[in-house]
Design a protein around this ligand. Structure first.
Ligand code: UD1
Length: 339
């Protein structure tokens, strides 16, 4: 399959491009490089022996998307990863988040449907679920737009609603909504991985920066939650498992609308993740307990059974695989793609 990856030079897109190449598909990247580097195409070539085309431009601009189809089409499918994704920033900049995260979808669909794509795979999020009583979240769990705490998550759910209506009048097309839980980890080569700009907001990249000595200590945001060790529980998923989930979704795509949780279903606590990272590094890391972070839930994790049943996909990598791969990437690239 020939596949256009909007936001394909980012963290999840890069790993998905590698998984697609390994499965015999032909990915083409479209990315504005606002949160990544064109170095990723060198790294993908080093890993796979294939240089993937990269179009540098805004996926919200119809002309840019047209130019991607003109230069590298026709495409069988589009995978849409292009989005602003910082939850805290989305509260401060709602206009930017709604505009970018919805306009990209509209432009990709306007052009893609006119040019005959058969499948559209959308990067959604496990934060679309709104009722903790539904744990572990299944695809039918409560989703209530007004109860979501931030514009980032709302923009993803608004996309899901729009995509559902658009698919309904294009019944020959497949639309797959992939709800990611907490993607972490890096490719086994250590050549591609997560490269957040500035001080990371998320736990795994923060711990990695502490491990290389770039930050002084890990803050554990609350140890008085109603969880086994008092710290927050999350469903961390290795980015290579996640990438393989996209390949399975594309290969199994049937006309119609489908949604899948992509997670492991095995929640890991903040302390559990840090201990795993300490095993990878071989020594303890500096850490202290801090107040809870506003907006955090005690626990979020999914049931990934529908994806296993319908896509034949299951996450296989453990938390120790995830932390070891991040440590490998971080040591080889202490300043990310910059050096
Ligand atoms: C967040 C986003 C989610 C996004 C995900 C990316 C929300 C509601 N969700 O999830 O949309 O897909 O990032 O992986 O914000 N923690 C610490 N110390 C830190 C950082 C985090 O103790 O320095 C704790 C948090 O309190 C939480 C856990 O670690 O319990 C995971 O946090 P984080 O990695 O930021 O992910 P989420 O908040 O779950």
């Amino acid at each position: 399959m020939r596949v256009l990856l909007a936001g394909g030079a980012g963290y999840i897109g890069t790993h998905t491009a590698i998984a697609l190449l390994e499965a015999g598909h032909e990915p083409v990247l479209l990315d504005d490089l606002s949160n990544t580097s064109d170095v990723v195409t060198d790294r993908i070539a080093e890993i796979t022996g294939t240089r993937v085309p990269l179009i540098t431009g805004d996926a919200a601009d119809d002309e840019v998307v047209e130019s991607a189809f003109d230069a590298h089409g026709p495409f069988d499918a589009i995978i849409h990863f292009a989005a602003l994704k910082a939850v805290g920033e989305s509260v401060a900049k709602p206009l930017e988040y709604y505009a970018n995260n919805l306009d990209t979808t509209y432009a990709l669909l306007r052009v893609g449907l006119a040019r005959g794509i058969r499948s559209f795979v959308f990067s959604s999020t496990g934060t679309v679920y709104s009722d903790p009583a539904d744990l572990p979240f299944t695809e039918e769990a409560t989703r209530n737009l007004v109860e979501l705490s931030n514009p980032y998550s709302k923009s993803k759910l608004m996309n899901e609603v729009a995509l559902t209506d658009i698919q309904a009048v294009n019944p020959e097309v497949n639309v797959t909504l992939l709800r990611y839980f907490n993607p972490v980890g890096a490719h086994a080569s250590g050549l591609v991985g997560e490269d957040p700009k500035g001080i990371p907001n998320n736990l795994m990249p923060f711990v990695a920066r502490v491990a290389v000595g770039a930050l002084p200590e890990i803050g554990i945001f609350g140890d008085d939650y109603d969880t086994p060790d008092g710290t927050g529980l999350r469903d961390y998923i290795h980015v290579v498992d996640l990438a393989e989930g996209h390949v399975a979704a594309l290969e199994k795509a049937q006309p119609g609308l489908a949604s899948y949780n992509l997670g492991t279903g095995n929640p890991v606590s903040v302390r559990g993740l840090i201990e795993s990272f300490e095993r990878a590094v071989g020594h303890e890391l500096p850490k202290s307990v801090k107040p809870r972070r506003a907006g955090d839930l005690a626990a979020t994790y999914c049931s990934p059974e529908k994806a296993e049943r319908e896509l034949g996909w299951k996450a296989t990598r453990t938390i120790d695989d995830m932390t070891a791969s991040v440590w490998n990437w971080q040591q080889k690239n202490p300043s990310g793609y910059a050096g």
